[in-house]
Design a protein around this ligand. Structure first.
Ligand SMILES: [Mn+2]
Length: 312
């Protein structure tokens, strides 16, 4: 913690980045930390491989997150919520990793690739670590607290997942005490959907099949086109397959142009990372994924059904 604070004090300009397909924790920790560094009088750029997902479009400062490094001279790099530089995606090739790097993360698989490493797998989220880093170090305000709360909220699945601890709720409470409106944060993420996305969800739920201990759902390109939606709109659909009693694992199969993408989710400690690994993918025990190329969509669903039968 102290070494990372020294790091933030020492340099005058920072490039902040996080993993590809950024989630609420990546977005919240990058913006929260960027705003805090700006408050300290530092120059900051935030650069990711992928654009901010649509569901975060109602947060004002997402314009801080760019997808190219335009004319910015930085003294140091800060990598957030990423177990290794490979997780960053293609932007990592444009970042100068010969410069000092601070690695701030909560993934147990972290590779300690930084000059300084603030890695705390016991924390719910990178946002929670960034909060503890900044607390009693920078004068926090409502806006910074809001972005850090955003990551804490989304990474714990709204305080439902196993990483929700007494400490995480205490820190969430401390963040709210800066005047953050918890219901407004939730409303902006989950209650401003498009009708098309909800109708797509309806047709995806229609495809569900329930087996012994697992379930499967799918979405075809035709279904997405029907409601004028894209694969991005299907984010978070996978976990609906887990809501059924007795189902320990679920697979959500998505048809893409020339390939098939599968998202796996589990509960009660069932390991789906192992299933993803069969197809060269990976992730965590409770959330993993993989992509296959050149297979027929519906025959692959049958194949995956047999693999799930053997492994769940
Ligand atoms: Mn995270």
């Amino acid at each position: 913690m102290d070494k990372t604070r020294e790091f933030l004090k020492k340099y005058e300009s920072f490039l902040i980045t996080s993993h590809k397909n950024p989630d609420g924790d990546a977005i919240g920790s990058q913006i929260g930390l960027a705003l805090a560094l700006e408050k300290m009088g530092k120059d900051v750029i935030v650069v990711d491989t992928d654009p901010v997902p649509k569901r975060f479009r109602y947060f004002e400062r997402i314009d801080l997150v760019q997808n190219a490094i335009v004319d910015f001279d930085y003294q140091a790099v800060i990598v957030l919520d990423s177990s290794s530089p490979e997780r960053l995606g293609s932007i990592s090739e444009k970042i100068d990793f010969t410069k000092p790097v601070a690695n701030i993360d909560h993934h147990i698989s972290n590779k300690y690739f930084g000059t300084v490493n603030l890695v705390q797998p016991e924390r719910s989220s990178t946002c929670e670590i960034v909060y503890l880093l900044l607390k009693n170090f920078v004068e926090l305000d409502k806006e910074i607290a809001m972005y850090l709360y955003l990551g804490l909220l989304t990474d714990t699945g709204s305080f439902r997942y196993a990483n929700t601890r007494a400490e995480s709720l205490r820190h969430a409470s401390e963040l709210l005490s800066y005047g953050v409106d918890a219901s407004s944060v939730a409303e902006r993420i989950w209650f401003r959907d498009t009708p098309g996305r909800l109708k797509l969800l309806g047709s995806v739920l229609e495809t569900i099949e329930i087996f012994d201990g697992f379930s499967m759902m799918y979405v075809t390109r035709e279904m997405m086109e029907r409601y004028n939606t894209t694969e991005e709109d299907t984010e978070e659909f996978a976990s609906y397959g887990l809501t059924i009693d007795g189902v320990r694992a679920t697979a959500f199969v998505k048809e893409r142009d020339g390939e098939i993408k599968v998202s796996l989710r589990s509960k009660k400690g069932t390991d789906v990372d192992r299933i993803a690994a069969i197809y060269g993918g990976g992730g965590h025990k409770s959330a993993a994924g993989f992509t296959v190329k050149g297979k027929n969509f519906f025959s692959f669903i049958e194949e995956l059904k047999r693999v799930m039968e053997e492994n769940v």
